[in-house]
Ligand binder design. Structure first.
Ligand code: PSU
Ligand code: MN
Length: 313
């Protein structure tokens, strides 16, 4: 109760700033979906990034679910953002790309950045949000067996208990090694209504997805069963892009080869690789990759909203 005791100012509370509607929904047990923000800062150009960010928040509200876009502005971890805060993030000059390794640094140094899948999962779990929607996850990069370029997203899926809805992984990655990594570390990879691993812009890839579920209620049951068994760690739901918006795998594969060659030639390394490839593919596909990207993110957010609703029921 307020006023009955003095609390020391150094509490063990994590430094998270919840928007009023997120805090209110969590108190009342109403559904909330977390949304990442590297897609805003590094995944799409301005102003498409801002339009997409607003659209997916509206998609959540249309499903009577509260959106919690997560990002770091001037060192504050925001869980749920105002329209002004979203605009500031979308327009930020040289924002950081924040994974697990960078989150504490950004808070300590008052920096601004978009949170990747790994950092967004951490913040969602700290807040008590169980479902999170993104476009595509990071994975084992092609040649990763030599470069050791493996996205921190995979390790986060192993350790942090949040269900992540994505459109599979991009063909810029080594998809079979990405699946192997997740299997070894005990992360269930679920195809939503499909037996084939979706490949982001494409509904199907040549690889089978290990598990299949066909409704949001089944996904909620999987989450409940894992919780009852004390199995920590994430669930990865892979949701194929709507047919009307897809770029077929074989066509995309050619553009991906070109973009990878360009990245090698330009000497791009480390965390710059994914943003570089995405922007190259935007050019190489004459903008088609961006249209597809927006469609698949919306599709994922809508599924995440249905899963969050099924859990709350
Ligand atoms: N997929 C997109 N756009 C993105 C990303 C994925 O369509 O911006 C981001 C996600 O935030 C993901 C990150 O967590 O890329 C992975 O980066 P890396 O491969 O450097 O781990
Ligand atoms: Mn990497």
């Amino acid at each position: 109760m307020i006023g009955t005791s003095h609390r020391p100012t150094t509490t063990s509370q994590p430094p998270l700033t919840l928007s009023e509607d997120v805090a209110e929904a969590l108190r009342a047990g109403r559904p909330v979906v977390a949304l990442e923000s590297t897609i805003i800062t590094h995944g799409m150009p301005y102003p498409d990034n801002m339009a997409m960010a607003r659209q997916v928040e509206q998609d959540c509200r249309d499903h009577k679910v509260v959106p919690a876009t997560i990002a770091v502005l001037d060192g504050a971890i925001l869980v749920g953002m105002s329209p002004d805060q979203l605009t500031a993030l979308a327009k930020a000059s040289a924002p950081m790309k924040l994974s697990r390794a960078d989150l504490g640094f950004a808070v300590a140094m008052g920096r601004t950045g978009g949170t990747t899948v790994s950092a967004t999962m951490i913040c969602a779990a700290l807040t008590g949000i169980a479902v999170f929607a993104t476009g595509g996850i990071g994975g084992v990069h092609r040649g990763g067996e030599a470069s050791m370029d493996v996205s921190a997203d995979l390790e986060e899926l192993c350790r942090t208990t949040v269900t992540v809805v994505c459109a599979g992984a991009k063909a810029i990655l080594d998809l079979p090694r990405t699946l192997e990594y997740l299997e070894t570390r005990g992360v269930p990879v679920v195809g939503f209504g499909t037996d084939r691993l979706p490949a982001f812009w494409s509904r199907e890839s040549p690889w089978r997805v290990p598990l299949r579920l066909d409704s949001p209620e089944e996904i909620a049951r999987l989450m409940a069963a894992r919780q009852a068994l004390g199995l920590g760690g994430g669930v990865l739901v892979t949701n194929p892009i709507p047919a009307a918006d897809e770029i077929p795998y074989d066509r995309m594969a050619l553009l991906v080869e070109q973009a990878l060659a360009d990245a090698r030639e330009a000497g791009i390394e480390g965390k710059a690789v994914t943003p570089f490839l995405l922007s190259r593919l935007l050019t190489l596909s004459d903008g088609a990759s961006l249209t597809a990207n927006i469609a698949l993110v919306r599709n994922n957010v809508q599924l995440a909203a249905r899963i969050a609703t099924a859990i709350a029921a």
